[in-house]
Write a protein that binds this ligand. Structure first.
Ligand code: GLN
Length: 503
């Protein structure tokens, strides 16, 4: 493997700025890596044929003495839920096969302005519905730690690309966990910002009151660097916050020094007992808490009695919003059309949606339409919204007592491809600990906490903070990461051979 692909984004950015590596070399190294391993991993749906042009433009501008941003020349993988003008955007669906957007998503446009080099579009569950990337219309992505296992979902492509050293940075989206759960199962870092902290303009909507775009990386600092590029107010997104945000990269650098852990109050949720988790996951979580304590943090039990209803409420709110958002795929406005000779417009629409949508999408559209229908609205959608309010109140109460809440990022390590595909409920339960953050709009980060003692697969720890306190997550995440990497004697992904190595 080329050494360039082993560098973190921060390290690569330093080498680019110092002129030790050119953007073309960095991009070529990652394209070579993709060519070598993506046949096995299948992280990418599309590799950008313009990547080297974009890279040589950065090199030319740097050579001309132009002042470039801190990550100029670093390659970036983009989840296919984000629209791009120069590559197809499918959201993992057959219905959008080959679809070319007339505009770039704001996060993509900002990435280009920052000089990040788009490497390609990454695989995902269709319309971001899933926890395993098996619901992609284009075939599953494989976990680089064990190719027979899932890389998480819906953003399994972005997480696998970063974990397999095919890209140092990736963009993801998180509606109920799709950045954090893939990070958990691939040994990477995933950050879901505060609702409204990063623009969703040009993110193909799943559930608009839950969706957030965010970074997928190998280190907390790298997540901060990417967040700095994509975050901040966007007039094109009516839900975008107008806050001034600090530099999350600076915050992560400061956090890595570790003092932040002294006196930090870390909440653990009483209603999430260890028994709900795979033993190796619970054990890794406890070990991380001990490290936090050893560095001066205080572990405090907090009650969040409504968390356990999060999954149920989510699977009413999400399908309701999704059924409405996906109504635009009507055979007229976007994507594919199945002709029905002599048929009505409804016949064409039905035939198109039948052929263009996969089973999981159909399941959720039907569920959502039902939950919103006149006779059932109050009983289902109305009740779910009330539960949502109770979960928000749980957070408010808990954050009155602690600075951050910690949970395992998911109940189990990566499961086998095919294991849960026919059992939607088991699939949904994967997001037990990630969903509450989306329902409440608060930020959440997952960082690697180690390898599970029972199966040797990666485990993540999640930190949650009050809305707008994203910086706190970078500070705490970087501090724990530094302590853990110290205890491992090097980063997790560097320690365990990825692809072809004997794990
Ligand atoms: N796994 C969850 C779902 O299936 C979360 C998806 C997401 O965050 N996009 O809805």
């Amino acid at each position: 493997m080329n050494d360039i692909t082993r560098l973190t984004a921060a390290e690569l950015a330093d080498k680019l700025a110092a002129g030790e590596v050119s953007a073309v070399e960095a991009t070529q190294a990652h394209l070579d890596r993709i060519a070598a391993v993506d046949g096995d991993v299948h992280a990418f749906l599309h590799v950008n044929e313009h990547a080297l042009d974009a890279a040589s433009d950065i090199d030319r501008r740097r050579a001309a003495g132009e002042q470039l941003g801190p990550v100029a020349g670093v390659p970036l993988a983009i989840k296919d839920v984000l629209v791009t003008t120069d590559m197809p955007s499918t959201s993992g669906s057959r219905i959008l096969e080959g679809y070319m957007s007339p505009f770039d998503a704001t996060v993509v446009a900002r990435s280009r302005v920052a000089g990040l080099v788009p490497l390609g579009k990454t695989n995902m569950d269709e319309f971001a519905m899933g926890s395993s990337t098996e619901h992609s219309a284009y075939g599953p992505t494989h976990n680089p730690w064990d190719l027979e296992r899932i890389p998480g979902g819906s953003g399994g492509g972005s997480a696998a690309a970063v974990a397999a050293f095919e890209a140092p940075l990736a963009l993801g989206s998180d509606t109920g966990g799709s950045i954090r759960q893939p990070a958990h199962v691939t040994g990477t870092v995933g950050m879901k910002p505060t609702y409204g902290g990063v623009s969703r303009y040009g993110a193909i909507a799943l559930a608009s009151s839950l969706d957030q775009v965010g970074p997928v990386t190998r280190t907390v600092l790298d997540a901060g660097l990417l967040h700095d590029v994509i975050g901040g107010h966007d007039p094109h997104d009516s839900t975008s916050l107008t806050d001034d945000w600090p530099s999350f990269a600076d915050v992560a650098r400061e956090g890595a020094r570790g003092e932040v852990l002294k006196g930090l109050k870390v909440g653990v949720i009483t209603e999430l007992p260890d028994s709900g988790f795979q033993p190796g996951v619970a054990e890794s979580f406890r070990a991380s808490l001990e490290i936090l304590q050893a560095h001066g943090a205080e572990i405090i039990e907090v009650s969040a009695p409504h968390f356990e209803y999060g999954v149920a409420a989510y699977y009413l709110i999400l399908p309701a919003e999704a059924s409405s958002n996906l109504a635009k795929f009507d055979s007229v406005r976007f994507g594919m059309r199945v002709d029905v000779p002599g048929g009505t417009v409804e016949d064409v629409m039905a035939a198109t949606r039948d052929a263009g949508f996969g089973d999981e999408v159909k399941r959720r559209v039907i569920l959502g339409t039902y939950a919103l229908s006149a006779g059932y609205y109050d009983a289902y959608y109305g009740s779910a919204q009330k539960v949502r309010t109770l979960i928000q109140q749980d957070f408010t109460t808990a954050f009155g007592q602690v600075d951050v809440i910690a949970t395992p990022s998911a109940p189990t390590t990566a499961f086998k491809i095919g294991e849960k595909i026919d059992d939607p409920l088991q699939m949904y339960l994967n997001d037990l600990t990630t969903i509450p953050a989306n329902l409440a709009g608060v930020p959440g980060i997952s960082i690697p906490s180690g390898l599970a003692s029972d199966d040797g697969l990666p485990v993540g720890i999640q930190f949650l903070a009050p809305a707008r306190e994203d910086a706190r997550l970078y500070r705490v995440g970087a501090a724990l990461e530094a302590a853990l990497v110290d205890s491992w004697g090097g980063p997790l992904l560097g320690r365990a051979p990825v692809l072809g190595g004997a794990r």
